[in-house]
Structures are given as structure tokens and as C-alpha cells.
Design a protein around this ligand. Sequence first.
Ligand SMILES: Nc1nc2c(ncn2[C@@H]2O[C@H](COP(=O)(O)OP(=O)(O)OP(=O)(O)O)[C@@H](O)[C@H]2O)c(=O)[nH]1
Ligand SMILES: [Mg+2]
Length: 197
Amino acid sequence: MTTALIMAGGKGTRLDVDCEKPMVKVNNKTMVNHVIDALLESEYVDNILVAVSPNTPKTTEFLKDFPVTIIQTSGMGYIEDLSEVLSNRKYVTEDEVIMTIVADLPFVTGKQLDDVFKHYFERKKPAMCVSVPEQLFIEQGIEPTLVFDGLVPTGVNLLLANNDEQDQSIYESENIELAFNINTLSDLNLSEQYFKK
Ligand SMILES: Nc1nc2c(ncn2[C@@H]2O[C@H](COP(=O)(O)OP(=O)(O)OP(=O)(O)O)[C@@H](O)[C@H]2O)c(=O)[nH]1
Ligand SMILES: [Mg+2]
């Protein structure tokens, strides 16, 4: 059993628009819908959870028609809400593999996520963090939001639901779409250009 958990309860403060960030449209589809479609396409994902919060009431309403389990979290912070879900045995069992994913990755595909899962299961380590070389962003003329040692962290991570400290590997993917997330208006403009390409 493999579960995906979309984190979709943030305040979206950096993106200065009059719309909840997961509900912002890229190529005529809301970003959270792009992420759900990729997860539905994945061969590994059996179950989709979405952590919403009081920051995202419109997203919560929008998701009612999707084949996902909506979880109300506090909206106090990404880490806090993530551990709230992971420790709730109503939603996840202790030995379950969880893919956590952000709601603002409009270019992610099921195939790319399956590639991530394949590497995770080959490595036999409990946790895996997915990143993409900064060089790919430079080549495409896209500004990455965060860079650590030449790598751009993606919004995609794998871990086990038990709350223990977990031995983690870093997977360097060549798929820029896993790391191209939308935080600012400039990212949104770049994403429209990227889509046209
Ligand atoms: N459930 C939940 N999700 C969160 C929380 N904080 C962030 N997220 C989600 O996690 C993903 C990545 O977070 P960010 O890119 O920082 O988004 P954000 O926090 O809404 O935006 P900023 O306010 O600009 O940081 C987004 O899809 C957010 O909706 C939280 O406190 N609770
Ligand atoms: Mg944030």
C-alpha cells in the first residue's frame, strides 16, 4: 500500500494574488488538479490524501468531487501539519510508504513520479529526498526558489509513516518539472512561458 499526501494548506503569502495558491490555474487547470492527475496516473499510488487547512477553504470545496481523502489540518506550518497527519492512524499505518508532495508543481507527471518510486524501492532506505540539478534550471532560464549545494529540492519526498528519525538518501532526478514550483508571480509568469515551450 502506497499513499500520497498532498500538502495544500499554506497561506500562499509570497504569491501576491487574490486566490488560494493551490487554486491558481496554470494552462487552464488548477495546480492542485495537475498534481492529483499525476498521482492518479502513477502506477504506485493507491491512495491520495490532501492536507488542507483554514487557509484554503476554496481548495477544500473544490476537492470534494475528486477521488481523494480531505484532511483538515491546523495550518500552523508545513512540518507541524505533516506530522499531525503521519501520526494519525486513521489515515496512515505505521509501516506505510508515503510520498509527500506540494500542491504547486503544475508540470509533474505520473511517469516522473513512478521513476521516483522505482528509485526509492531500489535503495531500501526508509526516506528519500528528491532534488534536481540547478544547472537544468539555468539552461531553461528558470529561476529556482531554493538551491542547496547546486541542487534544487523538489516538493517530493518519500518516507515511512512512523515518526522516527529516518536514514535518508538524496535522489538527483533529471526532471526539472519535479522542482519547478510556483511561489511568486515571477514563477507564475515563467511557468506560462515554460508551458508554451
Ligand atoms: N496543510 C498545510 N499545508 C501547508 C502548510 N504550509 C504550506 N503548506 C503547503 O505546502 C506546499 C509548499 O508550501 P509553500 O510553497 O511554502 O506554500 P505556502 O506556504 O502556501 O506559501 P508561502 O506563504 O508563500 O510560503 C504548498 O502546497 C502549501 O499549500 C501548512 O501549514 N499546512
Ligand atoms: Mg510556506
